[in-house]
Design a protein around this ligand. Structure first.
Ligand code: KG4
Ligand code: ZN
Length: 364
């Protein structure tokens, strides 16, 4: 293919606490820069929206320059500018969106508003020539979705979380255990040496008969379990008394708990296993119901190696092809936004410059 026939897209992702820019030339990723703000939000135990948008403003110009330099391309040679337009934090989305629109207007090129969830959903196909129909499990900090993917842009939601997202559950449990933010990687690290069978935690909605999820009961179960463990009581949840709640409010409890490495490891492993069991069984049920034989996995929680292994084993046993996004593509990045934009551009789809950001943008 000649250089002229190839299309080049510059994409910006600023939906949450990662500022990211990528340049995709046809199927070749020629630049991908990510500035994580994790350290800045860590001291608050979660993402502070005002801080996130201010940081995007600080990081974005530098990342744009770096990306153009790495890609060895001038702005005038870019065919389209893309940005995440939702879902996400309004003030953060505005930064990336305004920048991409400004670049598109200045260079007189196309603008593409991309749904962050579509970015995750297509990311397992980043190295593939073609996007095949599949059942997509998206597990991130903000979403837990099972989607039937018939083609690019042809999606049907099969199930979603009714409360916390899977990543959110990891983050909340980590906070409860005094393990910091973001919780997922730290819980996975601790769980590696723990016993997943030590604590019998609930598998929310496993027998609900639908493909929806609920993780808030699991969070509550861990919360109620802590005072019982700390007071040396039997570790079953029934029998917990209302008075035990005060123990967990005691500031001295968490540091005491955090020092007990074995206990934390077992708690993390038991919690992680409960999340994985539900994600695996619901995914298998979605595959059964639709007759699909291909599962894809994406989103920040799909970095989790125990989840990958569990799904891999289940898929192998059931003759299902499993395609998992590469680890660097699982957490937020602009390469997946550029990839989704390329699929859109190739099918002649561009966005209106008047299109607004939407913090609650739905996939369909
Ligand atoms: O996709 P992502 O970067 O941002 C959203 O779109 O939300 O996902 C971030 C989420 C966080 O909740 C984080 O705790 C979780 O992904 N996460 C993990 C792991 N790495 C990141 N959860 C479990 N295990 C991991 N290794
Ligand atoms: Zn994401």
């Amino acid at each position: 293919m000649s250089r002229r026939a190839m299309k080049t897209i510059l994409a910006i992702e600023t939906s949450c606490d990662e500022t990211a820019v990528a340049v995709l030339r046809d199927r070749q990723l020629v630049a991908s820069e990510v500035a994580s703000q994790i350290e800045e939000h860590q001291k608050f135990g979660g993402v502070v929206p005002e801080l996130a948008s201010r940081n995007h403003l600080v990081h974005l110009p530098r990342l744009l320059k770096q990306s153009l330099a790495k890609a060895q391309i001038a702005i005038r040679d870019i065919d389209a500018f893309a940005a995440t337009s939702g879902p996400g934090l309004a003030s953060s989305l505005l930064v990336g969106n305004s920048a991409a629109k400004g670049l598109a207007i200045g260079a007189n090129k196309a603008f593409l508003a991309i749904n962050h969830l579509e970015g995750h959903l297509l990311s397992p196909f980043f190295r593939s020539a073609k996007i095949e129909p599949n059942i997509s499990l998206i597990v991130s900090g903000g979403h837990t979705l099972l989607v039937e993917v018939r083609a690019v842009g042809d999606y049907k939601i099969l199930g979603r979380t009714l409360d916390d997202a899977a990543g959110e559950a990891f983050d909340k449990i980590a906070k409860l255990l005094g393990l910091g933010y973001p919780g997922g990687p730290e819980i996975e690290r601790r769980a590696a040496s723990g016993d997943p069978a030590r604590f019998d935690l609930p598998r929310g909605m496993l027998d609900s008969g639908d493909l929806n999820f609920s993780f808030s009961g699991l969070k509550t179960a861990v919360r109620y379990l802590l005072p019982k463990i700390l007071s040396g009581a039997d570790n079953t949840i029934p029998g917990w008394t209302e008075g035990s709640r005060n123990i967990i409010k005691d500031d001295r409890v968490i540091p005491r708990l955090a020092r007990d490495d074995e206990l934390i490891a077992d708690l993390c492993a038991s919690f992680q296993q409960a999340v994985i069991d539900v994600l695996r069984e619901k995914s298998l049920e979605a595959l059964r119901q639709t007759g699909s034989s291909r599962l894809t996995l994406s989103g920040g929680v799909s970095c989790n190696d125990a989840l990958r292994k569990s799904l891999r084993g289940a898929c192998d046993r059931n003759g299902i092809e499993l395609i998992v996004a590469e680890p660097w593509l699982c957490t937020d990045n602009a390469a997946m936004i550029a990839f989704a934009a390329m699929q859109r551009l190739n099918s002649g789809d561009v966005s209106d410059l008047a299109e607004e950001i939407d913090p609650n943008l739905a996939l369909v």
